[in-house]
Design a binder for this molecule. Structure first.
Ligand SMILES: Cc1cc2nc3c(=O)[nH]c(=O)nc-3n(C[C@H](O)[C@H](O)[C@H](O)COP(=O)(O)OP(=O)(O)OC[C@H]3O[C@@H](n4cnc5c(N)ncnc54)[C@H](O)[C@@H]3O)c2cc1C
Length: 452
């Protein structure tokens, strides 16, 4: 996002300070701007977007990693409506295709059908290639089990326990459930939260549009970020970049403001939309926030590496994405839906090899794996590797138990971020939902204060 207004000296006792300009912070700012409540959004970097920000690849603008948006991202879609983003800005893949190849090269393919829920997926499963009838009946048994489960039943259960309880064969767990769990919850099945996984599967089964994939037709910063900045700034909001929060100023049990590297900025309400590790360290000196800090210390994230491969032609993936259980890179996305034909984004959650390799080695490895998977494609002409060490929140049972609420023990200080207790995996949707919920809390207090 190239636009900025960074003169912090213009700031005069803002009603609300939002610290952190990722999607949680942006969402909070938009909701507050909608109510004409003055906000100041402070971001440490020179652009907004956080973990979903713009990167340059030659003349192209891409995201720092491929971002998938599902039809069930209700809060994110509501946000795009607020800033009047036309629906045509997303390429909708109505019949979501899940194609995963395993080591025996057989893999499986599951395509959602044009039918009412849950038949869009049930029929899709029955017609799926690469799964036996026994596998299909066990998957349906799993769906039935989660449909009738109460959330509390699954509270402490890991996904492996739930899969075993529903008698999923070992081979099916390896071929089908493990790649899905890794992709959506960023955790191994033996640690992943059964409740979180069940919630996600139920959502996909609940309504056909929920399982649709929306490919943004441009990078997220261009598509949503820049209109968002215009929206905020035209409604009494200020955005201040290159502002790193170093301290919270708490007086008599309430936040009085924040300290940045250059300024003290007072505020009446503070929404912290920072990474959880940053919040944990800011909370250390404040006894009232010790319990939250303890919880934050228990959260975990996984790294993600994205390699963009630009081909001279002929690089197309049917349905837009393909998974593989054979290499270090697990998913390949076709960026033609984002208006960038012959550009492929390959992603990896690997922690064993990639952290010890430089970008050239990572790119080479990715190119070799892509060549094995897509044999008829030409050689890529250029590559870009981006490593995000703290990309995705792990959806483990322990993390789920420790995700903090939006409200903190300090009444005018709120937490927003994908890691907060939204009931969703740590995604853009979770980030946006948390930002909106924090904004609602502030709006409630603001209107009560205005009334008195
Ligand atoms: C490579 C990759 C691929 C992903 N793919 C998907 C996907 O397909 N679908 C999906 O839904 N989600 C995906 N995600 C997850 C999604 O990007 C995140 O859930 C979301 O962006 C989190 O937003 P946030 O606002 O909660 O946090 P962040 O984006 O981490 O925002 C925190 C902000 O605080 C700023 N900050 C940090 N310290 C300070 C400080 N001291 N002072 C001021 N500012 C500070 C940071 O610069 C940042 O802008 C992906 C993430 C990555 C990295």
């Amino acid at each position: 996002m190239k636009k900025q207004s960074s003169n912090s000296h213009q700031i005069v006792v803002p009603e609300v300070v939002i610290a952190g300009g990722g999607w949680a912070g942006i969402a909070a700012a938009i909701r507050l701007a909608e109510e004409q409540i003055p906000v100041v959004l402070l971001e440490a970097e020179k652009q907004l977007g956080g973990r979903a920000r713009c990167a340059r690849f030659g003349n192209l603008r891409v995201d720092n990693g491929q971002h998938l948006i599902f039809g069930h991202y209700r809060y994110l879609l509501e946000l795009t409506e607020k800033i009047k983003l036309p629906a045509e800005h997303f390429a909708v893949q109505k019949n979501f295709l899940l194609a995963v190849r395993n080591s025996s090269r057989s893999g499986f393919q599951l395509r959602a059908r044009r039918l009412f829920a849950p038949w869009h997926l049930v029929l899709g499963l029955l017609a799926a290639k690469g799964l036996s009838w026994r596998d299909k009946s066990r998957i349906v048994a799993f769906w039935n089990r989660i449909a009738s489960a109460f959330d509390d039943d699954l509270d402490d259960m890991n996904l492996l326990q739930l899969l075993q309880q529903t008698r999923q064969p070992e081979t099916l767990i390896t071929r089908f459930w493990k790649p899905l769990c890794n992709h959506f919850l960023h955790a191994p099945v033996e640690l992943a939260s059964a409740k979180l996984f069940a919630t996600l599967v139920k959502t996909l089964l609940h309504q056909r549009s929920n399982s649709q994939l929306l490919f943004p037709k441009a990078d997220l910063a261009t598509l949503i970020g820049e209109p968002a900045i215009d929206y905020i700034e035209s409604r009494r909001g200020k955005i201040s970049l290159n502002q790193t929060i170093t301290r919270l100023n708490i007086k008599e049990g309430r936040v009085a403001g924040v300290t940045t590297e250059t300024d003290n900025i007072p505020c009446k309400h503070l929404i912290l939309a920072l990474p959880y590790k940053t919040c944990a360290s800011l909370f250390l000196e404040h006894q009232a926030l010790a319990e939250t800090s303890y919880r934050l210390d228990r959260l975990r994230s996984t790294p993600m590496t994205t390699v963009y491969l630009q081909y001279p032609g002929k690089a197309r993936i049917s349905g837009g994405l393909k998974g593989t259980a054979t290499g270090v890179f697990s998913w390949f996305y076709d960026r033609r839906f984002c208006g960038q034909p012959n550009l492929i984004a390959a992603i990896s959650h690997d922690r064993q090899h990639l952290p010890y390799m430089n970008n050239d080695e990572i790119s080479r490895l990715c190119m070799q794996e892509a060549a094995r998977l897509f044999r008829h494609w030409p050689k890529p002409t250029s590559l870009l590797a981006i490593h995000e060490p703290e990309a995705n929140l792990c959806g483990t049972v322990e993390v789920e138990h420790n995700r903090p609420a939006n409200r903190t023990a300090v009444p005018n200080c709120y937490l927003a971020g994908d890691y907060t207790d939204t009931g969703l995996p740590g995604t853009l949707e979770s980030a946006v939902k948390s930002g909106m919920l924090c904004a609602e809390e502030v709006i409630r207090e603001y209107s009560e204060h205005e009334r008195h």
